[in-house]
Design a protein around this ligand. Sequence first.
Ligand SMILES: C[S@@+](CC[C@H](N)C(=O)[O-])C[C@H]1O[C@@H](n2cnc3c(N)ncnc32)[C@H](O)[C@@H]1O
Length: 267
Amino acid sequence: MARIGQLGCFIKYGNPGEYRQKEHMIKPLIRSALERFLAGRGYRLVANNYFNWPLRDAEFMEIFQRQARFVWKDTSGPKIQRMYMVRNLLLSTKGLNGDWAECGVFKGSTSLIMAEYNRRYKLLQPGFNMHLFDSFEGLTDPAPADAGTNMVKGDYLGTEDEVKHNLAEYDFIVYHRGWIPDRFPDVADRKFSFVHIDVDFYEPVRDSLDFFLPRMVNGGVVVLDDYGCAQTPGALLAADEMAVRYGCHIGGLPFGQAVIVVRDRIE
Ligand SMILES: C[S@@+](CC[C@H](N)C(=O)[O-])C[C@H]1O[C@@H](n2cnc3c(N)ncnc32)[C@H](O)[C@@H]1O
């Protein structure tokens, strides 16, 4: 794929000022012509002049390859970038006194990333655990607020046995099988420093935020996997509603996730 930033190199003018002035006029024209040309052939331009963090991080790639044995293998799409963002935000919570949770586990990929970083860096303080919530039957039926999604009931099915097998080496994981929010009372008296919510549809995203936001410690982080995804409009709606209810700021991230850093909740 051509790098649009390089096209200017082929256009020469009398002096640098003139060059810059004309480059500003010509670049957008070339870009839009190129975009139209590529779009007609099923391609789109992507910026490739940025540091690709996950691919340059040998430790992360080693951990990513472990989960690739059972799910996500693509190293060029958004999933690897999202997992790397989970890794970054998770590391930032080291030292906080709280449990972790993942709502929506599938085969255990992001859970594995979280668990392995904990094993290596002792991020969870003594006495705290990582709680996994899942139906282990795939997605629920979409609600009216999910209109427009292309996902259906039963998608992303990972069985409890599979996940337990994939995460067998981590003894700090606690499983809560059931439809969200039915098993949340299991941890009603706990507080949390990191929560990853990846349940795609309006109702479980709403119920997860409604439960966890008031239980986050100061500086705790909630990552929403589906916030900016065109296929999951209900997740965005639910998150925006809960952010208003709890007075939180939601920060959209480049690969469709969002982050909430929780302040002034529990001391
Ligand atoms: C997209 S997958 C999660 C992907 C996973 N976080 C990963 O990184 O590979 C969605 C998961 O949410 C679970 N899920 C969706 N709605 C649920 C609900 N209402 N209650 C419990 N689990 C649910 C599904 O069973 C599925 O495992």
